[in-house]
Design a protein around this ligand. Structure first.
Ligand code: ADP
Length: 213
């Protein structure tokens, strides 16, 4: 258990390396009626055109961090902060609280008995502190590589460099409360997900009961 929050709503953090099957597993839970919050979507939404964060970013770095249609030019911003730790810290201090607050709001307003935060960088960005349990989707690095190359039509080199920037399989497994082995064909997932769903429903009920006493 990780969450120190007093919220009643039970939160599961779902993570795994690129191509491990996070989206596939998340879809299986959503088919059971469980609300899914995608960390990447939240991170983009907080800097959407019209947001106060985007106004602050363009005020700080200049209009050239905006693309012609008024969106944040992420590649440009990455270039700027890459070599400038002061700029990077400024940006993180602006964005991280907003991202966290949005994630928690979405997770805890969900109508389902528990909700799932899907985050490729759950551990790297310490988002595991926001959830009650961590569920890791696990496959071998070879499987990650071949499934991602097939899905994205990317070179082995590019996928390997993304994998190298993420935490290792061992680090992820060490942080896991629950693990889904996704080496088997996708048809095998439904049973695994249904089993975990029953466990999470039970834990969610216990958390709710505790919060009411
Ligand atoms: P992630 O969200 O972790 O990057 P995805 O869920 O997109 O991973 O899965 C990566 C690719 O592998 C996708 O094309 C997906 O359809 C495929 N895939 C997922 N699970 C399996 C499986 N058990 N067997 C074969 N292919 C799978």
């Amino acid at each position: 258990m990780h969450a120190t929050q007093t919220a009643r709503h039970f939160r599961v953090g779902l993570t795994g390396g690129i191509g491990s099957g996070k989206s596939t597993v998340a879809t299986a839970f959503s088919e059971l009626g469980i609300a899914i919050v995608d960390a990447d979507i939240v991170a983009r939404a907080v800097v959407a055109p019209g947001s106060d964060a985007l106004a602050q970013i363009s005020g700080h770095f200049g209009e050239h961090v905006l693309s012609a249609d008024g969106q944040l030019d992420r590649a440009r911003l990455r270039e700027i902060v890459f070599a400038d730790s002061t700029a990077k810290n400024w940006l993180n201090q602006l964005l991280h609280p907003r991202i966290r607050q949005q994630m928690l709001a979405q997770l805890d307003s969900a109508a389902s008995p528990y909700s799932i935060l899907v985050a490729p960088l759950l551990l790297e960005n310490q988002l595991n502190l926001l959830v009650d349990v961590v569920l890791v989707v696990d496959v071998s690095p070879e499987t990650q590589l071949s499934r991602t190359m097939q899905r994205d039509n990317n070179s082995a080199g590019l996928v390997q460099s993304i994998m190298a920037a993420q935490c290792s399989r061992a680090e992820r497994l060490a942080a896991a409360d629950y693990v889904i082995d996704n080496e088997a064909p996708p048809a095998m997932l439904a049973g695994e997900v249904a089993k975990l769903h029953r466990v999470f429903l039970q834990l969610a009920e216990e958390k709710l009961a505790k919060s009411l006493t």
